[in-house]
Ligand binder design. Sequence first.
Ligand SMILES: Nc1ncnc2c1ncn2[C@@H]1O[C@H](COP(=O)(O)OP(=O)(O)O)[C@@H](O)[C@H]1O
Ligand SMILES: [Mg+2]
Length: 291
Amino acid sequence: MNQSAAAHPAPCDEDVAIRIEGLVNRFGDHTVHDGLSLCMRQGEILGVVGGSGTGKSVLMRSIIGLQKPAEGTVEVLGEMMGEPAPDGDDIRRRWGVLFQGGALFSTLTVAENVAVPLREFYPRMSEDLLAEIGCLKVALSGLPEDAAAKYPSELSGGMKKRAGLARALALDPQLLFLDEPTAGLDPIAAAGFDRLIKELHETLGLSVFLITHDLDTLHEICDRVAVLADKKVIAVGTIPELMKSDHPWIQDYFAGPRGRAALASREIKTDAAPARPAAGNPIDSHPGGEA
Ligand SMILES: Nc1ncnc2c1ncn2[C@@H]1O[C@H](COP(=O)(O)OP(=O)(O)O)[C@@H](O)[C@H]1O
Ligand SMILES: [Mg+2]
């Protein structure tokens, strides 16, 4: 892909989940985004990559309204962020977020964590129903039944991520934001989490905005990948499309040793047996595992 073709993401001519135009974010005199544009389609898993500190998390925070941009517009599921919804709908109930690091409430059990967004949006929901939905989301996230009553400190790294996902799914969102969900997980736990995201995407029709450094994840589950560099989204496309770019960061990332290894592993897997460790048991049930 030549760079100029990649530099301007394709116009949003399909069902749009997220449309960002001319986004500028600054902290003091530090400009993080300078005229960033991006379009994500409904129903896709969009990977978002970029070097450390390029503004991936700030981008996600801008989309979900936690970071007020200096300039630009953000439209999510047909609603303009920063403007009151015409029908009074609270857009926040239509998405779920798994923040970098998980951020579970440590003094609440997993089921109680799942209940937090439910209580916020449905304050009159009964305790019985809260508990029932909590168990349902725990199961949906591939956690064993008894995880619902556990505290985050009793869970392994992979289980914590799944608990965070259970909470993100509490409100039956259409759109899921995941910020580096497999960072710090061992390869088996990471593969299990990838597979879960893929399954949820396929079975629930979720659109997924997925920030990740994990090349295996990008190859395994992302429909397209957006690349952040130079304060913008410099390219969006499938990995084979991106690999044609002559941008040095894209070349280093996808065509460097790790990128080639992930690609080779993908090719071997497509030809024969799984190359990435298969998650025999999708749950890495070793409490204290790195997370
Ligand atoms: N609340 C904040 N105040 C000041 N600077 C911030 C704040 N949040 C992020 N930044 C800066 O914005 C840049 C992008 O951060 P971030 O989006 O977290 O990067 P990453 O791509 O690693 O997720 C970094 O230089 C970071 O220091
Ligand atoms: Mg980040």
